[in-house]
Design a binder for this molecule. Structure first.
Ligand code: PRT
Ligand code: MG
Length: 205
């Protein structure tokens, strides 16, 4: 049996067509059911649909053999216990530093609102910039407006969200897309099955 963990939300919308092209289908009845473990058109493959940030945790601990998650989430997780094997090229965006104007980024201690603590710390440590990170779970764009932070680190796609909130993206930390990850033990014990699916998915990209 192979269990695949999928990120719900925007990644899922782009994942399902990709898996379908690779030959793996989940019926609407399954998708619309309240079940947490879903059947697929293969008796040997089950799917779980969970929060994006939980995907690497399920895969790391072997609760899922494979998973699909954003690079942003994988960077925060750190990658222990799993291999990142494929860039699926879906749910693309950029992890950026944004502020109302460039001068705001010149502080002795730069206050940054973000949910991407690890990526933020790595990026500014490499630049030698002293920072204070304020962990938020959403609505990062609000923080500079209300004086909670000098700038934010967040995902940017079209840039419309930043624009609507009077913010400009000044620095790119990372290009983001969704990746296929595999539990490191499963990669050995279920290698035939896993490699076959990786090949199918690769061909459908
Ligand atoms: O919402 P919830 O907290 O439950 O979970 P989630 O936010 O993790 O899920 P979801 O469905 O929002 O998907 C998040 C994943 O999608 C991320 O981990 C990325 O890998 C990927 N992704 C791709 C994005 C974006 N593009 C994106 N634009 N995730 C979020 N955004 C947000 C961004 O945070 C900002 O608020 O969209 C807004 C910016 O978009 P533009 O187009 O206005 O620039
Ligand atoms: Mg979201």
């Amino acid at each position: 049996m192979l269990t695949i963990a999928l990120s719900k939300g925007r990644i899922l919308k782009q994942t399902l067509p990709l898996l379908k092209k690779a030959g793996l289908e989940i019926s609407d009845t399954e998708l619309n059911s309240r079940k947490l473990i879903l059947n697929t058109n293969f008796d040997t493959v089950k799917v779980i649909i969970i929060r994006a940030s939980d995907v690497p945790i399920f895969v790391q601990h072997g609760a899922a053999d494979m998973g699909i998650a954003g690079k942003d989430v994988l960077l925060e997780h750190g990658g222990s216990g799993l291999f990142e094997l494929l860039d699926l090229g879906i749910a693309k965006c950029r992890l950026m530093v944004a502020a109302s104007d460039k001068a705001k980024l010149k502080q002795n201690t730069l206050k940054i609102a973000t949910k991407y603590i690890h990526s933020t710390q790595c990026y500014f440590a490499a630049k030698g910039t002293q920072i204070e990170v304020i962990k938020l779970y959403g609505a990062m764009e609000l923080a500079p407006k209300v004086g909670l932070a000098h700038c934010i680190v967040d995902l940017v796609d079209t840039g419309n969200t930043l624009k609507a909130n009077g913010l400009i993206a000044f620095e790119k930390i990372e290009d983001i897309s969704s990746r296929l990850v595999v539990n490191s033990s499963a990669f050995k014990t279920k290698d035939t099955q896993i490699k076959a699916w990786i090949e199918n998915i690769k061909k459908s990209l």
